[in-house]
Design a protein around this ligand. Structure first.
Ligand code: GLN
Length: 280
């Protein structure tokens, strides 16, 4: 069978299954299985595909039709221009979260020590250390409840040549020491909303990475209260939030933090709340 025939069939399968980005996904999966780049493909769509590749492609199409996220099938997601390995133990890094990383990067100083709570794939901490660490000895700790997530994060750090420490436990539970920056993209979807999300998310991504309790704010409440004990004087806190949570989360920070600000994402939605620990 030729690559062109296989791709046509793949598109048709995904379209019939109602996969939202069926054309693109059929292409990405073919690229993943054959290693054939888009250029090569357009030059030689009549290129033959081996039987083994054909079978692997059909298996991935079957799984994608059941709405497994593309990234769990290919095993990777780009974030901040870096390639991160992902698996169903970790949330797939979102482009929105790049706003959080960029906001943190604006105030980083040489020698800063960073804590990333609910690190998941490690994408936030690792990209900060990798992209901004050259300015001078940044160090960092990533914490997560899930041991499997931490394995993925450690693997990502190793592959990207970043030194970071990863600790397992409930939020600040396993954390020791003081930090200049605390950053987190915690679970923030209200419990009742999780079941209404698209199948890729609700049926395949880890629920514990999504569910923020009854009103979605349970992690922010704990972080607001517990983070001052782990921040150096003048330490900064950066939180990713849901589009309708800015007011509630700013309110939670108001007591212990000054200069509390809201940062919007590229779609113009509230995406980050940050503040500086009040020195009193
Ligand atoms: N920090 C990871 C990310 O932003 C995981 C977040 C989470 O599990 N809620 O992708």
């Amino acid at each position: 069978m030729t690559a062109g025939e296989l791709l046509r069939g793949g598109k048709e399968t995904l379209r019939r299954a109602g996969v939202p980005e069926w054309e693109l996904d059929a292409w990405y999966l073919l690229e993943h299985v054959t290693g054939c780049t888009r250029n090569e493909y357009f030059l030689h769509p009549e290129r033959k595909v081996s039987l083994e590749q054909e079978e692997r492609y059909r298996e991935l199409l079957r799984r994608r039709s059941l709405r497994e996220p593309l990234q769990y099938l290919t095993g990777e997601q780009e974030f901040m221009g870096l390639s991160f390995r992902v698996c169903p133990d970790v949330l797939i890094p979102r482009q929105d979260t790049e706003i959080l990383v960029e906001e943190v990067s604006k105030t980083l100083k040489p020698g800063d020590r960073i804590l990333d709570l609910c690190t998941g794939s490690g994408c936030i901490l690792i990209s900060l250390l990798k992209l901004y660490g050259q300015r001078g000895g940044l160090t960092g700790v990533g914490a997560d409840l899930s041991g499997a997530a931490l394995e993925t994060a450690r693997g990502n750090a190793r592959r990207l040549g970043v030194e970071a420490e990863f600790v397992q436990g409930d939020l600040f539970g396993p954390v020791v020491g003081a930090f200049d920056v605390i950053v987190s993209n915690p679970p923030y979807i209200p419990e009742a909303v999780v079941g209404t999300l698209q199948p890729e998310v609700k049926d395949h991504e880890p629920v514990c990475a999504l569910d923020g309790g009854g009103d979605g704010l349970s992690f922010y409440r704990r972080i607001a209260v517990e983070s001052p004990a782990f921040l150096r004087p003048g330490g900064r806190l950066y939180l990713e939030i849901g589009y309708d949570q800015a007011e509630a989360v700013s309110g939670l920070l108001a007591e212990r933090f000054r200069d509390v600000r809201i940062v919007k994402d590229l779609a113009g939605l509230d995406r980050v709340v940050c503040g500086v620990m009040a020195e009193d």
